[in-house]
Ligand binder design. Sequence first.
Ligand SMILES: Nc1ncnc2c1ncn2[C@@H]1O[C@H](COP(=O)(O)OP(=O)(O)OP(=O)(O)O)[C@@H](O)[C@H]1O
Ligand SMILES: [Mg+2]
Length: 273
Amino acid sequence: MGDNIISTNKLSITLGKKKILKDITFEVKEKEIFGFLGPSGAGKTTTIKLLTKQFIPTSGECMVQVPRESIGILSDNSGAYERLTVYRNLSFFAELSKVSNKKVEEILKKVKLWEDKDKKVKDLSKGMRQRLLLACAIIDSPKLLFLDEPTAALDPATTEEIHELLLNLRKNGTTIFLTTHNMEEADILCDRVAFLNKGEIVELGNPKDLKLKYAKDTVQILFDDDCVLDVKCDVNSIMKACKENSSKKIKSIHSQEPNLAEIFLSLTGRELK
Ligand SMILES: Nc1ncnc2c1ncn2[C@@H]1O[C@H](COP(=O)(O)OP(=O)(O)OP(=O)(O)O)[C@@H](O)[C@H]1O
Ligand SMILES: [Mg+2]
């Protein structure tokens, strides 16, 4: 991981009379997938709008170290030309960015829309539409990609296809800033995540480190009679529990790491929905 591609310093914005983002400071490193997680209304889309200069901060700063033409965006109001075909839509974007027709074919195959290239956008399913929007966002091989809930309301199979694609993009050097409410998605994809709650970052880190940080200090022992014991995580307590149950066999011993959704809940008292 290299330099910072995005950095913000006490970034704040007030819209109407409401302070939407309050002094948020974070960095996004080159070639990482950075997850911005928070419930509806937390300020995720607003942050993307600030980073892509659609909004001006009320105070604080944000810096994005790539030129505008090297940025791809899939936002919640991205749209395609409904009466044109899939192919025509993408080739239109390709012409704007002076990208070859060969690349159009390559990207349509990548997002698994090649077979549907002659369908009109108005006849596409939600998942196909989302894959087309993603294709439009990546046709120009962006260095930095903003994705605002790229898999919201998609079925598990399409979601998985999009995840595979994003991991491949990262492998090829694209930095990705992604918002989601989906903690499993964040866990699978993100090198680091920031938890946003009511316009403030309440935690930031690598998912694995966060799970360790918030792990309970107990282990769960499952015996062969299906009896389950939560035992304090020190050798004496574990030995004592084992001695007291010495007539049984142990089926499993698990440390109790919370998932990201549980960590968010314990920090904020709120679900991520
Ligand atoms: N142009 C605007 N004018 C006034 N308020 C706005 C504007 N845009 C967003 N807001 C408010 O800012 C807050 C954060 O909105 P934002 O769209 O950033 O949330 P979000 O985290 O993306 O939520 P979701 O998960 O539902 O997409 C909300 O209270 C919203 O009403
Ligand atoms: Mg949003």
